[in-house]
Design a protein around this ligand. Structure first.
Ligand SMILES: NC(=O)c1ccc[n+]([C@@H]2O[C@H](COP(=O)([O-])OP(=O)(O)OC[C@H]3O[C@@H](n4cnc5c(N)ncnc54)[C@H](OP(=O)(O)O)[C@@H]3O)[C@@H](O)[C@H]2O)c1
Length: 337
C-alpha cells in the first residue's frame, strides 16, 4: 500500500456490532495510525454516536455511494455476508483495500485468506482489493498447525470445537443472558443455549455437515496451501460467553521424539502461548483467553492410537483473534509494506 508517508484513512463497516465495536477497541489499543475514520452501519443505527480514539463519531448509513470521494485506504468489514457481497467491491472500486470478516469472499481464488502469523505474504496478492479474514474457529487452529506442518508434515486433522455464543454476535450473547435468567429465548439458536451443547453451528448442508464444519475443512486447506491434508470437524456451540475452545487431533507424516519437543516448537511461535502443566491444573481456559489476542495451547499429549500424532487443546478469544484483532493485524501488514 503506497501511502507516500501519510496516515491511512479507514472505514469500519458494521461499526455498531460486536466485531465492529471490538475493531474500535483493538485499533485504539494498538495505536493504529489513521488520518480520517468513517463508521458505517445499517439505517437502523444511522445518526447514533460512538466513541472512537478519543472522539465522538456519527454512524453513517451504508449506501452505494458511501465510499465515493473519501479516499478510504482500508475498509474493515463486519456486517454479514450479504453486505460484504454488495459493498466490498464498491469499497475496492473506490480505492480501498477491504479486510472482510464475513464468509462471503473466503473461498474466492482471487481473494487471499490470511492469518498474519501463518501466511502474511498472501495479503499482498489481492487482485480484487479484498482480503478475507478466516472463520474464527479456523484462525486459532492455524497458529499451532503451521509449525507442526512445517516440521513434521500433516496427514490428517480432526477438529472438535466448543464455541462461545459471542460467535453469533450480540444475539447469541442475549440468548445466553436470558437463559441464565430462566428465559428460554431462542433468537440466535433453534434451542435454548443455557444448559445445552448444540452440535449445530450455521446451517446444515446436504453432506450432513454444517457450513461451519466445512469452513474449517476448506479454509485449513487454503491457508496452509495444502489440499492433501485430511481434515474433518464437529463444531459445537456451548454456553460460554467468549473464547472458543478446540480439541485438535493431528496425525503427522514424520515421527517426533517427545511431547516436550512439541511444547518447545509451540513456545517459539509469536502469538502462541503454551499453558501445559496438568499436575497443577494448568491448561488453556476460555475465561483466561477472553480479552486477549493470543492463541493458547495445552493438554499436549501423544496419540498412542497412531504411529505419529498428538492431541491438544487450543483456546482463543473468537471476537478478538478470531475476528477483529486478526483483521487489524492484516491492516498493520498492509501499512507496514
Ligand atoms: N462474532 C464473532 O465472533 C465473529 C467472528 C468472525 C466473523 N464474524 C462475522 O462478522 C460479521 C458481524 O458479526 P457480529 O458478531 O459483529 O454481528 P452483530 O453484532 O450482529 O453486528 C452486525 C453489524 O452489521 C451491521 N449491519 C447489518 N446489516 C447491515 C447493512 N445492511 N448495512 C450496513 N451495516 C449492516 C449492524 O448494524 P446495525 O447496528 O445498524 O444493525 C452491526 O453493526 C458477520 O459477518 C460475522 O459472520 C463474527
Amino acid at each position: 500500500m503506497n501511502l507516500n508517508g501519510r496516515k491511512p484513512n479507514i472505514a469500519i463497516v458494521g461499526a455498531t456490532g460486536l466485531v465492529g465495536g471490538t475493531f474500535r477497541k483493538v485499533l485504539e489499543e494498538r495505536n493504529f495510525p489513521f488520518e480520517k475514520a468513517y463508521l458505517f452501519a445499517s439505517a437502523k443505527s444511522a445518526g447514533s454516536t460512538v466513541e472512537f480514539a478519543g472522539k465522538e463519531y456519527i454512524i453513517e448509513e451504508l449506501t452505494e455511494t458511501s465510499f465515493d470521494g473519501k479516499e478510504i485506504d482500508i475498509a474493515l468489514f463486519s456486517a454479514g455476508g450479504g453486505t460484504s457481497e454488495k459493498f466490498a467491491p464498491l469499497a475496492a472500486a473506490a480505492g480501498a483495500i477491504v479486510v472482510d470478516n464475513s464468509s462471503q469472499w473466503r473461498m474466492d481464488p482471487d481473494v487471499p485468506l490470511v492469518v498474519p502469523e501463518v501466511n502474511p505474504e498472501d495479503a499482498f496478492r489481492a487482485p480484487k482489493g479484498i482480503i478475507a479474514n478466516p472463520n474464527c474457529s479456523t484462525i486459532q487452529a492455524m497458529v499451532p498447525l503451521k509449525p507442526l506442518l512445517d516440521t513434521y508434515g500433516i496427514k490428517r486433522v480432526i477438529y472438535s470445537t466448543y464455541q462461545a455464543v459471542a460467535g453469533s454476535g450480540i444475539k447469541g450473547i442475549r440468548d445466553l443472558e436470558e437463559g441464565i435468567q430462566g428465559n428460554d429465548i431462542c433468537v440466535a439458536y433453534p434451542h435454548p443455549i443455557f444448559g445445552n451443547c448444540l452440535p449445530h453451528i450455521d446451517s446444515f448442508l446436504e453432506n450432513g455437515y454444517t457450513k461451519e464444519e466445512m469452513k474449517m475443512v476448506n479454509e485449513t486447506h487454503k491457508i496452509l496451501h495444502n489440499d492433501k491434508i485430511g481434515v474433518t470437524a464437529t463444531t459445537v456451540r456451548v454456553p460460554v460467553f467468549t473464547a472458543h475452545s478446540e480439541s485438535i487431533n493431528v496425525e503427522f507424516e514424520k515421527p517426533f521424539d517427545s511431547v516436550d519437543e512439541i511444547r518447545a516448537l509451540f513456545a517459539a511461535v509469536p502469538g502462541l502461548i503454551v499453558q501445559d502443566d496438568p499436575a497443577n491444573n494448568v491448561y488453556p481456559l476460555a475465561r483466561d483467553a477472553s480479552e486477549t489476542d493470543e492463541v493458547y495451547v495445552g493438554r499436549i499429549r501423544r496419540d498412542f492410537s497412531i504411529e505419529s500424532g498428538i492431541n491438544f487443546w487450543c483456546v482463543a478469544d473468537n471476537v478478538r483473534k478470531g475476528a477483529a484483532s486478526n483483521a487489524v493485524q492484516i491492516a498493520e501488514l498492509l501499512i507496514r509494506q
